[in-house]
Design a binder for this molecule. Structure first.
Ligand code: ATP
Length: 739
């Protein structure tokens, strides 16, 4: 890496574009007081990102812009560009995420502009960049922000004036350890970021946790419910299948029974109506009977009349006979006559005895009386009387004949009636029998009707059971799903135990209640929500792990870097001491000079200890650097006791020692040689030549000896227009201009 050129435009006393090229290892800038030489140094500070206005002798950004003069107008912006050779590609730019950004340019150009309102603009090879990027880029080539490589006027002994900690920083910077510091800061920033990310993530996780827990419980319930639903389903399958088989069988049985009973009822109805159709014949007999009975009555009346007639006839005959008896009182009855009468009476008595009814006996008695009267008849009047009696007898016989006739008829009627009555009895018996049968049929019909009624009741019951069955499926489906309908495939053996069925139904009921109580509507939503929440939690915990890991990596990176800084710092200080001692001895012709690393105590109150009871100040030890010198033949050791020249020489020796150990790409020295006498100026010049082998030198000087070591000499003059002018000059001209 090499400084190529510097272009100043509108900066401080340079209103016009002014270019300095650095084609020699040592470039000297000379000129009278106030001509603008230091402005060149500040232009370099400015373009490299200097933020301290004080170190550029200004108060505000506008102080850096050409303020104008009587003859020239003020500028509105100041711009400085620096061109650096990058053929060896040493410049490195690190991105925000720590990645390397490839810089392919052979020449790196850095520009900075400031406007009157104080706004700054930085660019890298004409692209706008941030100050941070400039710092980042420069630290990669050992151009640190502490500015150890730019020594302003009167600042040569700055390192002597600084406190041990500042000194340490300068040494670190000179040793090129700033890049590590920068990396540590980056890592710490990242660590901070990761820490707050971690807090955020853990907060999210904590916030998530109750919901997740809630969901977990819900899911647990759902799982349990699923188990229950599974149990329910298998119970349902068995129960429903058995129930359906039962209902089917029951229905079939009932319908069979019903058709059987109905058929029987129909048959009975027919039988009953048939039975009711008979019963007419009884009336026909009854009519005939009544006619016959009437006739019997008539006959009896007629017989009565006839018998009374006989009585009268027999009376008349008796009277005749009495008269005849009285006539024949003296008459003896001849034996033959008596025999005849006796035999006749005997016959009649026998006849009478054969009769049952008095009515039948009476006429016989009348005849017996007539026979007996005959025995007493007088033979005298016999002829008359006999004819009278004979006539009466004749009519009596006729009446008897009539009676005989109607008795005959009565007998036949009575016989006929008897037959009819018997017939009637038989008929009645038959009818009773039929009635009995009909009654039996009706009883049976009644029985069948109530059986049918029972069947209907049973059917109704079955219908209800079927409704319950359907309702059960309807209720169960939302709980166990459509699979409930696969109960048909359930297989079982043996008979259906109703008590067992009832027990199963109760079990089903209990599970249903449990499931309904669990209230798991939207279970699927909860499952997906749980899944999402779990995934989120897992994601967050992984995030935490990743953060933890990256924090660990960062911590160890920081530790490594600190270790590296520590090691390199110690080694660097050792090397610097080596050079310092040599240069010091060279400058002073002997003596010793050494940098010492010290631990410096520094009081500081720790915020976190405020919470503790025994809060007290804690001493923090920090590393610092002390300079210890011993001049030859002098006992003075304290720095502040050195003369101005001695201080200057010591500073230069240290500065050069640092630059020798880790040569910066360039060194800008603004009148660092001001306090040197001739002899020391020569030694200074010698050292410049040694340093220039590794670092480019831009030297502002009034010293001839220094000028004589330069390859390029620039003269700066300022005219009445207040504008600095730059011109390349020869040594003699330079000597002249410098005065
Ligand atoms: P010395 O040899 O005395 O140190 P020098 O050559 O280093 O002098 P500088 O200090 O660089 O001179 O220049 C100072 C000059 O620059 C002063 O004349 C000052 O007026 C001028 N100057 C400083 N700032 C501005 C500005 N913003 N606009 C115009 N001129 C300015």
């Amino acid at each position: 890496m090499r400084l190529q050129s510097l272009v100043i435009n509108g900066f401080k006393s340079f209103p016009k574009k002014t270019t300095l090229t650095f084609e020699s290892p040592v470039v000297c800038v000379v000129g009278p007081n106030g001509s603008g030489k230091s402005n060149v140094v500040e232009a370099i500070r400015f373009v490299l990102g200097e933020q301290s206005m004080k170190s550029m002798r200004g108060k505000a950004g506008s102080d850096l812009i050409f303020k104008g003069s009587k003859s020239l107008p003020a500028g509105s912006r100041a711009s400085v560009s620096i061109y650096l050779d990058n053929k060896d590609k040493v410049f490195k730019l690190t991105g925000d995420e720590g990645e390397n950004i490839d810089l392919g340019f052979d020449t790196v150009s850095i520009s900075r502009e400031v406007y009157s309102d104080g706004v700054n603009r930085y660019s890298l090879n004409d692209s706008d960049v941030r100050l941070k990027d400039i710092n980042n880029l420069l630290s990669s080539v050992n151009i640190g922000s502490s500015g150890h490589h730019i020594i302003s006027q009167g600042e040569a002994d700055r390192i002597l004036n600084a406190n041990s900690r500042e000194r340490k920083e300068m040494v670190e910077d000179a040793l090129g350890l700033k890049i590590y510091q920068y990396k540590i800061k980056e890592a710490e920033r990242k660590l901070d970021r990761a820490g707050s990310n971690m807090q955020e993530v853990s907060m999210l996780r904590r916030e998530n946790a109750p919901h997740l827990k809630f969901l977990e419980k819900q899911v647990e319930k759902i799982e349990k419910a699923k188990e229950l639903a599974g149990e329910l389903l298998s119970l349902y399958k068995e129960y429903l299948k058995k129930q359906s088989v039962y209902l089917e069988t029951e229905r079939a049985n009932l319908s069979k029974e019903k058709s059987k009973v109905s058929a029987e009822i129909l048959m009975l109805e027919k039988q009953i109506s048939e039975a009711e159709e008979d019963g007419a014949p009884e009336e026909k007999n009854m009519a005939e009977l009544s006619v016959l009975e009437k006739r019997v009555m008539d006959i009896r009346r007629l017989r009565g009349e006839l018998e009374r007639k006989i009585g009268r006839v027999e009376g008349m005959m008796d009277a005749e006979k009495e008269r005849a008896r009285r006539l024949a009182e003296k008459k003896v009855v001849a034996p033959e006559e008596a025999q005849f009468a006796f035999e006749k009476v005997e016959t009649l008595v026998a006849e009478a005895l054969s009769k049952e009814s008095l009515v039948d006996i009476r006429p016989i008695l009348e005849r017996i009386k007539a026979v007996l009267e005959d025995l007493h008849r007088q033979p005298g009047a016999e002829t008359n009387m006999a004819s009278q009696i004979e006539a009466l007898e004749k009519s009596r016989q006729e009446i008897f004949g009539e009676i005989e006739k109607i008795a005959q008829e009565e007998k036949s009627i009575s016989e006929k009636t008897e037959i009819l009555r018997a017939e009637n009895r038989e008929m009645m018996e038959a009818m009773r029998q039929k009635e009995k049968e009909k009654f039996g049929l009706k009883v049976r019909q009644q029985e069948l009707h109530s059986a049918l009624g029972m069947i209907l009741v049973k059917e109704e019951g079955l219908k209800h059971q079927q409704d319950d069955f359907n309702e059960e499926i309807r209720e169960g489906e939302p709980l166990v799903g459509t699979e409930i309908r696969s109960y048909k495939e359930f297989q079982f053996e043996g008979a259906i135990d109703h008590a067992l069925q009832e027990e199963t139904r109760k079990k089903i009921e209990r599970i249903k209640i449990k499931l309904e109580d669990a209230g798991l509507s939207g279970g699927a939503d909860i499952m997906t929500e749980y899944k999402d929440a779990t995934e989120r939690d897992v994601f967050l915990s992984r995030e935490l792990e990743d953060l933890e890991k990256s924090m660990e990596t960062l911590r160890s990176l920081i530790a490594d870097l600190k270790e590296k800084i520590d090691v390199e710092f110690k080694e660097g200080v050792k090397k610097i001491n080596n050079e310092f001692q040599k240069l010091f001895a060279l400058m002073f012709g002997g003596g010793t000079a050494i940098l010492k690393i010290i631990m410096e105590g520094k009081g500081r109150s720790r915020e976190e200890e405020r919470e503790e009871e025994d809060f007290e100040e804690e001493i923090v030890f920090e590393q610092g650097i002390e300079i210890s010198v011993s001049l030859p033949q002098k006992k003075v050791k304290e720095l502040h006791a050195l003369s101005g020249g001695e201080r200057s020489l010591t500073s230069i020796a240290l500065l050069f020692a640092m630059s020798a150990v880790n040569p910066p790409p360039f060194l800008v020295l603004d009148e660092t040689d001001a306090a040197l006498d001739e002899a020391n100026s020569r030694k200074y010049g010698d050292m410049l030549q040694i340093l220039s082998k590794h670092s480019q030198l831009v030297v502002i000087t009034h010293n001839r000896e220094t000028m004589s070591r330069a390859g390029i000499l620039y003269g700066v003059t300022i005219g009445s227009d207040g504008a600095s002018k730059l011109l390349s000059v020869k040594f003699d001209e330079a000597v002249a201009i410098a005065k």
